[in-house]
Design a protein around this ligand. Structure first.
Ligand code: HAM
Length: 426
C-alpha cells in the first residue's frame, strides 16, 4: 500500500523543530505584552464574502489562492479557510462592537493561514503569521509605532540585513484620479504587457505593480507615474510625519515608490521588511494603513494600521544565524527487572508532579548499557538506577552524569533529594 503523506505545501513540525517555534512564539507574546497589545484568536474559516469584500476581488489571493467550499446548509453558504487575518480581525472588531468599548484597540495574533500558492522556499500553502492590528488612530504616530514594532522585533531576534521599504498609496479619493492617469500612460503599451497585466490594466491597474515579469516592470519604470507623487497634500504630510518619526526612532528605511502591496484594503502607508538571507521570497513581513476596511465590512468609519510577519520566513532567517541545541532532561530512570517498573513509575510521577522536573522513565525494558546510552542521548543530568536489588533494599543508585559520581539514596528520600539546590548534590 502507498503511504499517505501530508499535502504539498504543508509541513509537520517535529519535536527537534517545535522547540524553536515555541521560543519564537513566546518571544512574540513577551514583545506584545511590553507594547500593551492583547491577543485575538479568530476561527479557521469564515464566509468567503468576508475575504472577497475585504481583500478585493482583483487580488491574487481572492482570484486564485483561496480554499473555498460550499457548505451543506440550505443556503449553500460559501466558506473559505482564512488566507490572512486583517479581514477576520476587523470582522470580529465590528461584531463585538469593540468601537463602543474603547476608541482604540491594539490587537495581535499568532495563527495559521492558507493560500493555494505554488510552493517554494519560504512559501507554503499552510503557513503561520504573527501580526498586529491597531484599530482607531488616524495619526502618523500609530503607523510609526507599528513599523517600529515589526523592525524592533526582528532586531531583537538577532536578524541582520533588514531593509524597511515604505511607500504611500494615498487615500482612496485621490486613488481614482491616479488610476485614470496610470491607465492612460500605459494604454499605448498595453500589447507589450503580459496577459495578466493586460487584464490588470482594465480591472485594477494598481495591481500592475505586483507583476514579477521583468518586461512589465521595465514598462512601469519607463511609463508609469508613481502613486506617491499623485496623492493629496494631507496624504503627503501624513507620510512625511511617519518618515520623520522613523528617523527619530533611528529606523532606517527606503522609500520604495513601486511598493503597493498585494491586498486592496491599503490606504496611505504601505511597508515591507525584507532580509537578504531569504532568497526569492524575501519579505519577512508586510503591512500598512487601511482606513476604509472597517467601513467596507459594515462598521463605522474607523482608521487602522497593522502588519503581519511570516513565521517560517523568520525561522529561515534565524537558522542561518542560530544553531538550536535541543534541551536535555533532568532525570533518566533506568529500570532493570519487572519489580522495578512500578517503583520507577511512582517515583517519576512524584518527581514530575511535586518537583516539576523533567523525567524520562524506561519503557522498552532494555539492557543497562542500552538504557545508559539513551540517558546520555537525552542529555540527562542525573540517572536513577532501580534494579531488583534496589527494590529489595529500598535504595536507588543516583548517578550525577556530569561529575560521574554515584551514590545510594533511599527510595522514599528521592523526591526530597531532588528538591534541594545544586551544591547539595555533592
Ligand atoms: P501579506 O503580505 O500577504 O500581508 O503577508 C504577510 C507576510 O506573511 C509576508 O510578508 C510573508 O512573510 C508571510 N507570507 C505570506 N504568504 C506566505 C506563504 N504562502 N508562505 C509563507 N509565508 C507567507 C497580509 O497578510 C496582511 N494581512 C498584513 C497586514 C496586517 N496588513 C495590515 N495588517
Amino acid at each position: 500500500m502507498k503511504n499517505i503523506n501530508c499535502i504539498k505545501g504543508t509541513f509537520d513540525i517535529l519535536p527537534e523543530t517545535s522547540e524553536i517555534w515555541r521560543e519564537v512564539e513566546s518571544a512574540v507574546h513577551d514583545f506584545m505584552y511590553v507594547h500593551g497589545f492583547g491577543e485575538i484568536r479568530t476561527p479557521a474559516f469564515e464566509k468567503t464574502e468576508l475575504f472577497v469584500r475585504g481583500i478585493g476581488d482583483t487580488t491574487d489571493i481572492v482570484n486564485k489562492e483561496m480554499y473555498t467550499w460550499t457548505d451543506t446548509d440550505k443556503a449553500g453558504t460559501q466558506l473559505t479557510l482564512k488566507p490572512e487575518l486583517t479581514a477576520p480581525v476587523v470582522r470580529s472588531y465590528i461584531q463585538h462592537n469593540l468601537a463602543g468599548k474603547n476608541p482604540i484597540h491594539r490587537l495581535y495574533y499568532i495563527d495559521s493561514l492558507f493560500r493555494r500558492e505554488r510552493p517554494q522556499k519560504g512559501r507554503q500553502r499552510q503557513f503561520n503569521q504573527f501580526g498586529v492590528e491597531a484599530i482607531g488612530s488616524p495619526f502618523p504616530e500609530q503607523d510609526a509605532e507599528v513599523i517600529s514594532m515589526a523592525y524592533q522585533f526582528f532586531v531583537s531576534m538577532g536578524i541582520e540585513d533588514l531593509t524597511v521599504k515604505i511607500n504611500t498609496i494615498g487615500s482612496q479619493d485621490a486613488r481614482q484620479e491616479y488610476l485614470k492617469l496610470l491607465k492612460e500612460k500605459l494604454q499605448p503599451h498595453a500589447e507589450e504587457l503580459c496577459e495578466t497585466c493586460q487584464d490588470r490594466l482594465h480591472r485594477n491597474p494598481l495591481r500592475l505593480f505586483d507583476c514579477k515579469n521583468p518586461n512589465c516592470q521595465a514598462l512601469l519604470d519607463q511609463y508609469a507615474p508613481m502613486i506617491s507623487d499623485n496623492v493629496s497634500d494631507e496624504d503627503s504630510e501624513h507620510f512625511e510625519t511617519v518618515l520623520n518619526l522613523l528617523d527619530q526612532l533611528s529606523i532606517p528605511y527606503i522609500h520604495d515608490k513601486k511598493m503597493v502591496r498585494g491586498l486592496d484594503y491599503y490606504t496611505r502607508t504601505t511597508f515591507e521588511i525584507t532580509s537578504t538571507s531569504l532568497g526569492a521570497q524575501d519579505a519577512l513581513c508586510g503591512g500598512g494603513r487601511y482606513d476604509k476596511l472597517v467601513e467596507t465590512l459594515g462598521g463605522k468609519p474607523t482608521p487602522a494600521v497593522g502588519f503581519a510577519a511570516g513565521f517560517e520566513r523568520l525561522l529561515i532567517a534565524l537558522s542561518s544565524i542560530k544553531e538550536s541545541e535541543p534541551e536535555g532532561i533532568n532525570v533518566y530512570i533506568v529500570l532493570l527487572g519487572e519489580k522495578a517498573i512500578p517503583k520507577g513509575m511512582v517515583i517519576a510521577d512524584e518527581l514530575r508532579r511535586t518537583k516539576g522536573i523533567s523525567v524520562l522513565v524506561e519503557t522498552l525494558r532494555r539492557s543497562m548499557k542500552a538504557q545508559m546510552r539513551e540517558a546520555n542521548r537525552s542529555k540527562a543530568q542525573y540517572v536513577i538506577i532501580i534494579g531488583e536489588q534496589e527494590v529489595e533494599s529500598d535504595l536507588a543508585q543516583v548517578k550525577n552524569m556530569e561529575s560521574g559520581e554515584q551514590f545510594d539514596v533511599a527510595l522514599d528520600q528521592l523526591a526530597e533529594y531532588f528538591s534541594v539546590d545544586e551544591d547539595h548534590h555533592h
